[in-house]
Design a binder for this molecule. Sequence first.
Ligand SMILES: Cc1cc2nc3c(=O)[nH]c(=O)nc-3n(C[C@H](O)[C@H](O)[C@H](O)COP(=O)(O)OP(=O)(O)OC[C@H]3O[C@@H](n4cnc5c(N)ncnc54)[C@H](O)[C@@H]3O)c2cc1C
Length: 459
Amino acid sequence: MTQVVVIGGGISGLASAYFLSESIDPAEITVLEAEESLGGTIKGLKFGDRVVETGPDSFITRNPSALDLAAALNLSDRLVSPATSSAFIYARSRLHPIPAGTVFGAPSDFKKFSGNSLISRTGQLRAALEPFLPRARIEGDTTVGSFARKRWGKEVSDLLIEPLVGGIHAGTTYQLSLALCAPQYLKSAQDFRSVSVGLKAQTANYTPSGHPAFYSFSGGLSDLVEGLAELLRNRAVQILTNCESVEISQLPDGYRVTTKDRALDVEGVICATPSYVSAKLLQPVSAGAAELLRSIDYASPIMTLLSYDDDAFPEPLHGSGVLVPRPNRTLTTAVTFATNKWPQWKSDGETILRVSAGRIGDNRAWEFSDEALVADLEAEIKKITGVKSRSARHNVSRWRNRIPQFKPFHNQLTQRIREKLPAGIELAGAPFLGVGIPACISSGRTAAERLSKALAKPR
Ligand SMILES: Cc1cc2nc3c(=O)[nH]c(=O)nc-3n(C[C@H](O)[C@H](O)[C@H](O)COP(=O)(O)OP(=O)(O)OC[C@H]3O[C@@H](n4cnc5c(N)ncnc54)[C@H](O)[C@@H]3O)c2cc1C
């Protein structure tokens, strides 16, 4: 029987084990997870009498991997979509609705875009020049920020595209790969002279499945983790928690995966850990892959839950939340009006906010104690929402080195890493196809398919 180990019990590792169990038959699959619980960054927390997410709170449906997996796990009837999706951007000390006529922050319909309150008249005129610019010439890849600034001007780039695209990665668009982080822009630039015109054409089939843009589950994203774990156990996959892998070494006919208290001799390994962990594990079997994996930087966001009385707000909060661009210089990078977005988290008279802090190039929040951080965030939330009192309850979740940063030509870096891996070792996880949950699931499927193929070949 083929023996395979998956290292890491986050969504990427669990998805890898699931796809392995579909493709290698018969196989003895073991998942090793360092922590006590599965799910990695997917984590709900009992906050008052509700379980509230402290990491991701939803997944996008445009990449159908998570939806398909939910269907395979019989979880489709537990899908829930956000109650509201309208969001704001905080600039010049007030909230502005995200301008209409935009795709992923980029103006695509100038009629709808004109007259928005976020971008100045001059900024709007500059953006409206885009259809008259020469076709964009991109030599393979560039940064989202420099591309956006050239096409729509500095104001649109810094106040709109930076918080939307940079925000997802707790990064800055001026360092993020256009090909990986805003492929819609790149495709439009390749297919059309005007990127705005191309984006407008793309919106016609933006969510082709007819599903809402985002989903979670009635019990939170942990439903997906628990559903996967249950199915894997039913398929006799061994899942070991509190079991940190410390090394992978080469054997004549496979690999030895060593943990603190055991050694597993296997034919194949999928590393679904953050890239700096995979680098350490893989050092003995591929120093070249390890060196390249170490070159991937990570951002360290902090998620703070704050509970307020509804009455503390001068007027009810509208929409799903606020993005806070860098020029504000606040610790706060985004605020989700969590009980507006997910009404199932609402208890009588209580408003819960999820406040994000910390992004690449700004780790000020990490220098604060939890209490000091909460006090400063509360003061900023007061300015942003007008709330009159301090929070009644809080929780601070620190996510150190959790969000990989994709520099230009990251896809080529991934390719080079893969080429340096010995047969029988594959990588999955957020560092490869993207940070979103569906991209992580896709990376698990790719890794499982490649490993199954490699193990099927006589070696
Ligand atoms: C605050 C925050 C908000 C986010 N919001 C969203 C969102 O709304 N939607 C979305 O789609 N994505 C979101 N993301 C991104 C998404 O959550 C992650 O990219 C994704 O969950 C990563 O999954 P993973 O399995 O690749 O990695 P991880 O979740 O990091 O899992 C890796 C696992 O490996 C384990 N591990 C590490 N070292 C070892 C070892 N030596 N041996 C064994 N096990 C080990 C870890 O304990 C962990 O369980 C968010 C991320 C953060 C931090």
